[in-house]
Design a protein around this ligand. Sequence first.
Ligand code: HEC
Ligand code: HEC
Ligand code: HEC
Ligand code: HEC
Ligand code: HEC
Ligand code: HEC
Ligand code: HEC
Ligand code: HEC
Length: 467
Amino acid sequence: MSLNAKRIIVAVLSFLFLITLVIVAWVEGLKERVQAEPDPVLSGDNQPCYNCHKEKTPGVTAQWNDSKHSKVGVGCYDCHEAKEGDVDAWHHEGRLIATLVTPKDCGRCHQDIAAEFQDSHHAKAGQILGSLDNILGEIIEGPPAANSGCQQCHGSKIAFQTDPKGNILKDKSGKPLLDDATWPNSGIGRINLDGTIGTCSACHSRHRFSLEMSRRPDNCGKCHLGPDHPQKEIYDESKHGIAFVTADHQGKMHLDDEHWVVGETYSAAPTCATCHLSATRRQKATHNPGKRISWTLRPAISKKMDNWEDKRRNMQDVCSSCHAPDWINGFYSQYDRAVTLYNEKFGKPATKVMAALRKAKLVNATPFDEEIEWIYFFLWHHEGRRARMGASMMAPDYTQWHGFFEVAERFYMKLIPKAEELAEGHPEAKEVIDSVMDMEMHRWKKGMSKEQAEKIRSFYKKRYGQE
Ligand code: HEC
Ligand code: HEC
Ligand code: HEC
Ligand code: HEC
Ligand code: HEC
Ligand code: HEC
Ligand code: HEC
Ligand code: HEC
């Protein structure tokens, strides 16, 4: 081959190589442009807010940028806009705005959801002032404990800072100052200045308002956990929680799909939202979880809710996307029997004993100043709830070792001995305690038969060579 021919080949190859590079770069650029999020839609009113806050609070604008709202042109001013006369309105950079955004504001565009939410127990969760728990929080513990504890889940009653005469304090710009004992707060039943109750951002963390986040169990787990209502831990223990973790890792949950219908969009596992709020093939999604609950498991003695059959059918419709009728009915029988056992064997007898002690003036009217009141509280409010809630959502350890086991220990080893001690020399109270311990279910306490005792001894002997 001549030198010239070689040069020509090198030149052609180099040219082809360059062309390839250009094409690759062009395709990559195109791909990036296709994948990139569309630019946020900014109307005239929202533009200045966005531009300035991009500097001042870049986190807020970035989260909003990630939201569906930014794609459809729902901007800062659309939510923060205030009307002349609104108690919390203030002039900010040429616009009248409010810092608080309540269900009334969201309800301008999401009317049905806001109405349904206002009807739920969730929206009423701030109305706990008369409860025993509230005396614990506000008086026995102290107001800062209630502010940073109870109210961050239940919701505060938002108030302004005032001078001694009751005038609202304002800063230099004329912004009315919110009482920092009540704000910030995203408790689910917050009592707002505009008369509405609840906060949508309890589940739809601002400013992304992400559907995926609201459907994740961790979202509900901010509030539904701990010794007195461990729903998150119960779920994690259940086969449903286990299935969720795997399905989520495998991308089978499609949590950010707009329409999310169990049995259609996904079927690998249910999350809290699936069972309590989201759509099935027959039901629309709801913002009132009470529509699917048949028992209330919260009070000392569980009761069936009004129209409990309809509510149960709604929940069973969820189950039926993944399970056969006999499986579902079998589960509900087990659950009903566990709640009834708690009620009849422990909840009602313990309540009856406490009432007898009160009637005989052996326990006074002040709550929590006597040891037996704490014993009784632990029995129903912590351990008794755990037993019932564990059974309601398929967590055997919460039903048993964190539940009935502790209920039994509290009842037999603490409550009854303490009640007997108090009732000494008071026959009317003593009679009630005796009648409780005479019930068939409690008679084992009077001594087991020789055969029963021998059966236990021989079990350990055979198994471990020990007695
Ligand atoms: C020129 C800059 C600028 C513009 C324009 C602007 N902001 Fe602000 N904004 C700020 C700064 C700085 C703060 C923090 C200081 C303060 O509270 O005044 C703030 C605070 C806020 C707060 C929180 C107030 C509080 O009580 O904590 C909200 C809500 C808010 N802005 C919304 C908006 C909205 C809605 C718009 C558009 C109508 C807007 N901002 C326009 C600069 C701006
Ligand atoms: C879909 C409604 C919505 C939109 C749109 C929205 N916000 Fe908010 N914003 C909220 C809610 C809800 C809160 C919490 C207030 C409450 O709890 O009442 C909030 C709180 C705030 C706060 C005070 C809280 C903090 O973390 O300091 C600032 C500042 C703020 N928004 C700025 C903006 C800016 C800037 C934009 C536009 C980029 C914007 N918001 C868009 C709903 C919205
Ligand atoms: C000015 C009207 C407007 C206001 C005010 C508003 N939204 Fe929206 N919101 C929309 C529109 C429009 C959509 C998109 C609906 C669609 O795609 O079907 C949307 C979508 C949503 C979504 C679904 C997001 C997704 O990823 O699909 C949530 C959640 C939401 N809004 C919550 C709220 C909450 C909470 C508030 C109050 C803090 C609020 N919105 C205030 C108009 C509004
Ligand atoms: C971690 C969040 C959280 C904290 C902190 C908390 N709660 Fe609750 N509370 C809940 C949840 C969730 C429920 C509902 C449990 C259920 O339905 O199983 C509840 C239930 C209740 C109920 C029963 C409501 C009814 O309708 O029967 C009362 C009363 C109550 N809480 C008061 C308080 C008080 C007072 C405090 C502080 C001493 C407090 N709570 C602390 C989350 C919380
Ligand atoms: C208890 C948690 C919770 C609270 C509080 C809550 N949401 Fe939701 N929201 C959800 C869940 C979960 C979904 C997803 C339902 C599904 O799977 O489709 C959702 C979905 C939505 C959607 C999109 C679905 C649709 O039907 O358009 C909007 C909009 C919305 N919520 C608005 C609100 C508004 C407004 C409020 C306050 C009035 C609010 N949410 C309060 C949990 C909550
Ligand atoms: C910010 C705290 C908070 C979050 C987040 C929250 N809840 Fe609740 N939830 C509560 C409180 C408090 C109550 C008890 C309200 C009352 O009756 O006073 C409650 C009650 C309930 C009830 C009983 C309702 C009834 O009508 O009896 C169900 C079911 C429930 N929540 C499910 C959920 C699910 C599912 C989620 C997540 C999608 C969720 N919650 C998120 C605080 C919360
Ligand atoms: C497989 C469906 C399913 C899942 C998943 C599920 N639950 Fe439940 N949940 C139930 C059933 C069934 C009941 C009992 C309903 C009844 O009494 O009829 C219940 C009861 C409850 C109650 C009512 C307790 C009371 O005081 O009356 C709350 C609160 C609750 N669940 C919250 C949650 C939370 C939070 C999660 C996620 C961490 C969750 N659930 C996951 C099915 C489910
Ligand atoms: C999205 C599908 C789905 C829904 C909805 C659903 N489950 Fe399940 N369920 C499962 C899966 C997956 C398992 C685990 C099966 C296994 O491990 O073999 C399971 C397991 C169970 C178990 C066995 C628990 C154990 O420890 O062995 C029971 C009982 C059960 N579900 C009852 C219910 C009830 C009651 C409902 C409605 C309140 C319900 N499920 C809703 C998918 C679902």
